[in-house]
Design a protein. Structure first.
Length: 449
């Protein structure tokens, strides 16, 4: 059993761990009471992330003890960014945990399991800790990805970050920016397409900083990688996330207007609208420079929809600073957005800053920001009504014959389509809109009616 917390990168990592475990004879289960191995793939971004891990371990310990009474052993592992940041503390504080390993070491999972099993065979408590940043490239050590269970798939292109935003733990848990070779990504995408995938999302903590090497030894940018992937027959859609404003190059902006398969949806976090707060965050961009990027993107691709991230209540944030964030939101009008209260992360510079904002002020500001963001998201969805767009069906809906897919702008669209299947890319007319999804109809049937 693998339980995944946090970002899409963790989802991808969990998929790869699942493939490794399949090679070791494991089969997946969603029931901890029947699992020989439980892996918690953790995220360190959200508030009280470590405490949630210990709470989860406590529940798993009860399940493991019940299985042990029946003669069955359960290994409990903590992986991901909490493991990387707090590995020794987890081993000390949670004796029920058998294995702790960081996101750069999961390719060594078979070796760690062998060590844990050997300890069990000798009547010892299995304890394995591996949070090194290994010299070898993780992806070079992994077996080739075997396919995907759906029509859309994640593909890691880049890991780590060199930006060192003062609120962020990523440089400490994922390490420095590294990019996979072009050929490795192309091979993985071709394999996925052969298994039925028609949409891929390129992942990275700072994916638009991608600079992978091609067969001739030349560096290739993210725009160059997208151009190469767009030539793969059968691949219909390309997305990428997450990006930093500092790496939105002219070449990448132009690609949004030139590559049809690159979807008109971009997640580009700004975090705040106050230049004073952006400087304290070490973001190295201003509100004005961010808005100019938005203008250039819209000029290249007029139908582009924007998504963003926001942190409210960063140390020292005043009401005036917060109003600057609201002003930026009103200027951009995001189709989707994610917003959070600032919470200190041990080891990050912001955690030791003075003028921490009181919790009640954070909550009030977050509520006001989210009300505005939700209003804009609803208005974006409502403005889509009447359009006929290609929808990629990804899963079954709640009703008989209903399928749920994604529009080019990442909107969830519910369609009655009994003659279609998951994986079909079908023109649908958007008929009605809610805050989080739309209802659509098959365009050919509506035209014939």
């Amino acid at each position: 059993m693998i339980k995944t917390f946090g970002c899409q990168m963790n989802v991808y990592d969990s998929e790869r761990m699942g493939e490794l475990l399949g090679g070791e004879g494991y089969t997946p289960t969603d029931n901890a009471d029947e699992a020989d191995l439980v892996i918690l793939n953790t995220c360190h971004i959200r508030e009280k992330a470590a405490e949630k891990v210990y709470s989860e371990v406590g529940r798993l310990r009860q399940s493991a003890n019940a299985r042990k009474a029946q003669g069955n052993e359960t290994l409990i592992a903590v992986a991901g960014c909490v493991a990387q940041a707090e590995g020794p503390e987890i081993m000390r504080r949670a004796p029920a945990v058998n294995m702790v390993f960081g996101p750069q070491t999961y390719h060594r999972l078979p070796e760690m399991l062998a060590s844990a099993r050997k300890a069990q065979e000798h009547g010892q408590t299995a304890r394995v800790l591996d949070t090194d940043f290994p010299a070898e490239a993780k992806f070079d050590q992994l077996p080739k990805k075997r396919g995907s269970s759906g029509p859309a798939a994640f593909v890691t292109a880049q890991e780590g970050c060199d930006k060192f935003c003062t609120f962020c733990v990523v440089p400490y848990t994922r390490g420095a920016e590294t990019s996979r070779p072009v050929a490795a990504i192309e091979d993985e995408v071709r394999s996925l397409v052969e298994s039925g995938v028609v949409e891929i999302s390129l992942l990275g903590q700072n994916v638009n900083a991608y600079h992978g090497v091609d067969a001739s030894g030349q560096d290739v940018s993210l725009a160059g990688l997208v151009r190469r992937l767009a030539k793969i027959d059968g691949l219909e859609r390309i997305r990428y996330t997450t990006s930093h404003p500092r790496d939105m190059t002219d070449e990448l902006i132009a690609a949004h207007g030139e590559i049809e398969k690159l979807m008109p949806y971009l997640h580009l976090p700004v975090q705040a609208g106050s230049d004073r707060i952006l400087a304290a965050m070490n973001r190295k961009h201003t509100a004005e420079s961010y808005l100019k990027i938005m203008e250039r993107l819209k000029a290249a691709r007029p139908d582009l929809a924007l998504s963003g991230d926001f942190i409210v209540g960063f140390p020292g944030e005043t009401e005036e600073d917060f109003q600057a964030t609201l002003d930026l939101v009103k200027a951009v009008r995001y189709a989707q957005a994610y917003s959070f209260k600032y919470s200190p992360r041990p080891g990050t510079p912001a955690a030791d800053m003075e003028a921490q904002v009181p919790e009640d002020e954070k909550s009030d500001r977050l509520a006001r920001l989210q009300a505005l963001l939700n209003q804009h998201q609803l208005e974006f969805n409502q403005a889509s009504v009447g359009k006929t767009v290609p929808v990629l069906f990804e899963r079954k809906g709640k009703h008989a014959g209903q399928l749920v897919g994604r529009s080019p702008w990442m909107q969830a669209v519910h369609v009655l389509a009994p003659d279609h299947a998951i994986g079909d890319l079908v023109n649908c007319t958007l008929l009605s809109a809610g805050a989080n999804s739309l209802e659509g109809g098959l365009a050919d049937r509506l035209a014939a009616a």
